[in-house]
Every structure is written in C-alpha cells, then in structure tokens.
Design a protein around this ligand. Structure first.
Ligand code: UD1
Length: 374
C-alpha cells in the first residue's frame, strides 16, 4: 500500500477536541499523510489555539481564515477557499468531524470534487431543522462515503434515512476517547482554587446556541433562572456569541451585580472537564457538555426542547427544560433534593458511547477502505 493523503477539515472549538484522538493516531501512522485544514470559523485564542496547545496537536497545515459571517457567507467562503486547497493537495480522503458550518462546507466541497468523505460523529439527530447543526449533519451524512457513528441510536437514525449499512461503522465517540486520555491532566488544573470553589457546591452554566442566546426572551429566561438560584454558586464561562448578546440586551449588567455568579471567559478543555466533574450539576445547551457531564457522572439540565444525545435522557442522566425559567429552577431543586439517589444512579449507568477506542477503529476502517481503492 502506498501512503495515503488524508485531509482533516475543522474550524470550530468542539471539532478540535473531538478530532484530537484521530490526529494523534493518524499523524503517527506511516501509511497516512495527514493534512489538517483549519477553516478559521473560530479565530479567538480561547476558541481555537488554546486547544491545539493543551491537546498537543500539530499546527494546521493551512488556515482558510474565513472568520464570522452569516451562515451562507461562512459556508460559501469555506467552500471557495477549500476548493483551491483540495484541488492542489488532491487528498485520497477528506475527514469531517461533527456538525458545524465547517463540517458541511468541507463535505460539500469534497463531494463535488469527487473525493471520498468520512464523517466522524455521523447519525446524530435532534429532528429539529431549525438548528443549523441539524441541517449540517443531515446533509453531511448524505454526502459521506464512510459514516462513523458514536452510538447504536445514531446508527439506527442513518438506517432509517436509507443510508446503506455497508457505509456505517459504529466506532463509539471520539469525545469519550479524548476525555479518558486527558482526564489526568484535567485533574491537575487549579481552576477550582482559582475560582475559589469547593467541589460539589456550584453549578456550571453554559449557553451559546442561537435559539437561546440570539432570542432575547430565551436569553433573559436563562439569565433570570440563574440569578434566582441564589443558594448555589454559578460558574458561567461566556461564549463570544453570548457575550455579544448579553451586552446588547444589557443583561451582562444584571449578571455582574450578583455575588453568587462568576462570569468567566471561555475556558480551555482541561479546566472545563475539571469544572464539569466537580460541579453539583450542569446547566447547558451544548451537545458536547451533555455527554461530558454523563461520562463524568454529573447531573445535567439541558436548556433545549430536544437533544441529539437522546441516550443521556433515556438513561435519566440528563433532562430537557427548554429555555424555561420555572422548569430550570424546578429541576435544580429536584436534583439537589434527590442528590444521593441521582448520584448512585449515575455511577451505575451503562455507557452507550463506546469503549474509548473509537479513533483506533476509525483509523483501521480508513486504512482498509483506502487499500481497496489502490
Ligand atoms: C459553532 C457551531 C456550533 C458549536 C459552536 C461551539 C455552527 C453552525 N455552529 O457555533 O455547532 O457548538 O461553534 O463554539 O457551525 N466568535 C468570536 N470569536 C470566535 C468565534 C466566534 O467572537 O473565535 C463570535 C462571532 O461574532 C460569531 C459568533 O461568535 O459571529 C458565532 O460564531 P459561529 O462560528 O458563527 O458559531 P458558534 O455560535 O460559535
């Protein structure tokens, strides 16, 4: 077999994290010539570079520097710039992780150049086409040649949509791989001391989904819910999108007045993991944090009407409240009241997200696929 050229396309924070285990293995494999193409969708230090540093990842070979814009602008800019790069690099395979605009733009560009595509985290569905990520993952899955699913439910979703069984490989979730690999380093961070927090006395809150933070009423509901939780310390790392909206609505002023709320800038991976692990509970709209809370056995409240990680709901580790102030407050009270039983239940749950070896399985499939093309 000749060494094969694989181009990995990423650009947003969660994609860097979920690609890390794949990058470690692919860049060490003598049969794989890996090129990392960063779209530049995220560009602030806290949203991208910090993860390359913390996770010891090689620098991207190219940065397309597309930056922010409307969905069409961002997607189109990536496609225009990526087409040239892929035309020059001529990879044997393009790998796209997750469900961001960078994922979709990568898949659309590659499929039109007739380059085979492998999608990492295929088959996740919230069945809510108002979410940009749902559009991105559905279209990406239907352009892909190889689909790596994290769970059985994701595999079933693809089969329901008529995707051929022979294209689907249920490998487990690379986000679980990276969590297991990085947990010792996460444990060593001093974020609890730094923020003056005692384990299991605080709630970690995140919000960044457009349906929550770009909608003034929903943002207000979430802010009012955490303001009224006065008995609980709240740690709130604020995503740039959310920061903008908090300023616009002046809700930042309300939050800053509250003694029990600690507003911080977006955190690194290790610090986030340590905070999730030691939190009494998590309130989030992030897909990744719902899973991380599940693996770290911390109760999770999801401020969305639906989730693609339905497994966490079915097992009773996570619940959906939407951006509903009363429901969030009630759920927090319920978790605190039944803390002991909930924690016992969390300790004994099966893990539907694989065995922490997803990236190795992905590499094996990719190599045998490319061997056949030779
Ligand atoms: C994107 C992904 C989402 C993922 C999230 C994680 C899509 C459609 N959404 O959402 O799935 O969960 O990343 O963060 O791809 N901004 C900065 N600095 C940055 C990046 C963004 O200031 O480094 C600001 C910009 O003003 C931008 C806004 O944040 O307009 C939103 O960024 P964008 O990439 O459009 O989407 P996210 O909300 O980050």
């Amino acid at each position: 077999m000749r060494p094969v050229k694989v181009a990995l396309i990423l650009g947003a924070r969660p994609q860097i994290i979920k690609s890390a285990p794949f990058i470690y293995l692919a860049s060490r494999d003598k049969w794989i010539n890996l090129s990392i193409i960063h779209t530049g969708q995220h560009y602030d230090y806290e949203m991208t570079k910090i993860f390359f540093e913390e996770l010891n990842l090689p620098d991207p070979s190219v940065n397309l520097n597309v930056g922010s814009g409307t969905h069409a602008q961002q997607t189109a800019r990536i496609m225009l710039r990526l087409e040239k790069i892929l035309g020059r690099q001529k990879p044997d395979l393009v790998v796209v992780p997750g469900d961001t605009n960078s994922t979709l733009a990568g898949a659309l560009t590659a499929v039109k150049l007739r380059i085979p595509i492998a999608h990492i985290e295929a088959g996740a569905r919230s069945y809510d086409m108002k979410m940009p990520e749902e559009v991105n993952r559905r279209l990406t899955d239907h352009c892909s040649t190889i689909l790596f699913t994290p769970t059985e439910n994701c595999t079933k979703n693809l089969l329901k949509e008529g995707i051929e069984k022979s294209k689907i490989y249920q490998t487990g979730d690379t986000m679980y791989d990276v969590l297991l690999q990085q947990l010792p380093k996460a444990e060593k961070t001093t974020i609890l001391e730094h923020l003056n927090l005692e384990p299991k006395t605080y709630a970690l809150v995140t919000a960044h989904r457009p349906e929550n933070v770009d909608d003034q009423q929903n943002l207000r509901n979430i802010v009012e819910a955490i303001i009224s939780l006065k008995k609980l310390t709240i740690v709130f790392p604020v995503h740039p999108r959310t920061q903008k909206q908090l300023k616009k609505t002046k809700l930042n002023k309300k939050l800053e007045k509250e003694k029990h709320i600690k507003i911080v800038k977006p955190l690194g991976y290790h610090e986030t993991i340590k905070l999730i692990k030691n939190a009494k509970l998590v309130i989030t709209d992030s897909g990744g944090i719902q899973k991380e809370a599940f693996w770290l056995k911390t109760p999770c409240i999801t401020t969305r009407e639906n989730t693609e990680w339905i497994e966490t709901i079915q097992l009773g580790a996570n619940c959906l409240t939407g951006a509903n102030k009363q429901k969030v407050i009630e759920k927090v009270k319920e978790i605190i009241k039944n803390e002991k039983q909930i924690n016992e239940k969390l300790q004994n749950m099966p893990n539907p997200f694989g065995d922490g070896e997803a990236a190795q399985k992905i590499i094996d499939v990719i190599k045998s696929f490319l061997k056949e093309l030779d």
